[in-house]
Design a binder for this molecule. Structure first.
Ligand SMILES: [Mn+2]
Length: 432
């Protein structure tokens, strides 16, 4: 591990090469074994090599629950350190080439300097995120009763202005999208007039939309419940799609896996949003109950695969670019594991699901569907899901210059201990 550029930790090429040379012969045996039976394997590897999943700045520190927060060690305390963390992830897996910022937590003092730092790690800036779900220190009006849907036009105006500022920060960094998630809703029947709340939200979003540059997108995120427990003003994909449709061609629905009621058929939602050209992006996480924010693929890997199956099929049907036409991001909270380790695991799970979806025999599936051959259709999907694609994902990493086993290298190099040395035991990250 080397320290240069004002205390920034960077992985050296030789460290990765040394790690890979130890594992390479075992890896090659596993990869060659798969190659014999999978004729399309080269195209899968090259798609995996290009695929990138953005890391949100707020996932780099330890999150809390409503009951407590147990801090990690050596968390990134500044925007520069957050970029350094994502830079380390990207060096380990070459699949985390973007960071998503949250304003006001991550306001850059010098945008050009921050851009240069990110570029030195080969990182881009993904969507910027506004925050009207909590009050800030110097804020005039409170968001206790909502922001863009608020009954008071002065609160709505304040929230609209904040979103415009977030866009401006994003422009300075080279972002191309704004994600709006609102903690607007009600906890008691009678508290809100649903129609007025929706109309207020639409009018506010229209003002924000008008501030978007030509080549930007607006992502409208929805959530079924929490922080409010009776209604959320953008509670499901129907409400999000309605808003996105009324706003115009730059507005899209954003799907966060944890923002559905239990057992929702998310893959069907994805399929129809893609059909309408209104799916903007994804927030990955996993859950047993709802917005548990657990590691992607930790609880329901088959669901993650089924979602990717629809994504690949739907994107290919529209001739979309897998890498750039949708926004891909992890949105999780880490209470128990080292956040960087958890993020490496999440990226790996997403790549596995994507690789499995790329292996689905589309023609055979289509034929089975046409003949109502349910058994065959199910088997085609499960054959792909039950293929151990880890050597394919590792091969893509190897070719991209990443580590064959990023988690092992993270551990072998004692990355967290190095970060603690640099930042101190008790540095704390802003975030959830
Ligand atoms: Mn989200």
């Amino acid at each position: 591990m080397q320290t240069k550029n004002a205390d920034t930790m960077r992985l050296e090429r030789e460290q990765i090469n040394k790690h890979n040379s130890k594992l390479e012969s075992k890896h090659q045996r596993a990869f060659q074994f798969l190659r014999e039976d999978l004729p399309g394997i080269e195209s899968v590897v090259s798609k995996l090599e290009k695929f990138q999943i953005a890391i949100p700045s707020w996932a780099l520190g330890t999150g809390g629950t409503r009951f407590g927060r147990f801090s990690g060690r050596g968390e990134p305390g500044t925007l520069e350190e957050k970029i350094e963390d994502v830079g380390l992830l990207h060096a380990l897996n070459r699949s985390s080439g973007a960071i998503s910022l949250h304003i006001p937590w991550d306001i850059p003092q010098d945008a050009q300097k921050i851009k240069d730092l990110a570029a030195s790690f080969d990182l881009k800036f993904d969507a910027v995120n506004s925050n009207t779900f909590q009050d800030q220190k110097d804020q005039e009006l409170s968001y206790k009763h909502g922001s863009l849907h608020h009954v008071d036009p002065k609160v709505r105006k304040q929230a609209v202005e904040h979103n415009k500022e977030v866009i401006d920060h994003g422009i300075a960094l080279g972002s191309k999208a704004l994600t709006v998630w609102l903690a607007d809703g009600s906890s008691f029947p009678g508290q809100l007039n649903f129609r007025e709340a929706f109309q207020n939200t639409l009018e506010s979003l229209k003002e924000i939309y008008a501030h978007l540059p030509e080549d930007w997108k607006l992502f409208v995120e929805y959530k079924a419940f929490e922080p409010f427990f009776y209604s959320m003003t953008i509670g499901d994909w129907g409400q999000s799609l309605l808003l996105a449709s009324k706003l115009g061609p730059k507005a899209y629905t954003l799907v966060d896996l944890g923002h559905h009621l239990p057992n929702a058929n998310i893959e069907q939602i994805v399929s129809l949003l893609l059909m309408e050209g209104k799916l903007g992006g994804f927030h990955f996480n996993d859950s047993k109950y709802a917005d548990d924010d657990l590691t992607a693929g930790a609880i329901k890997p088959y669901q993650l695969f089924l979602i990717f199956n629809e994504l690949v099929e739907g994107m290919d049907a529209r001739g979309m670019d897998h890498v750039s036409d949708l926004g891909w991001m992890i949105d999780a909270s880490h209470n128990l594991k080292d956040p960087l380790v958890d993020l490496l695991q999440s990226v790996e799970a997403i790549m596995i699901a994507y690789a499995q979806a790329l292996l689905v025999d589309r023609e055979a599936l289509k034929a089975a569907q046409k003949q109502n051959d349910i058994v065959k259709a199910q088997n085609i999907l499960q054959n792909a899901f039950r293929t151990d694609v880890r050597p394919i994902v590792a091969e893509a990493r190897l070719r991209a210059g990443a580590a064959l086993d990023p988690l092992q290298l993270f551990e072998d190099l004692s990355v967290r201990d190095q970060l603690v040395k640099e930042r101190g035991e008790n540095s704390v990250a802003t975030g959830l």
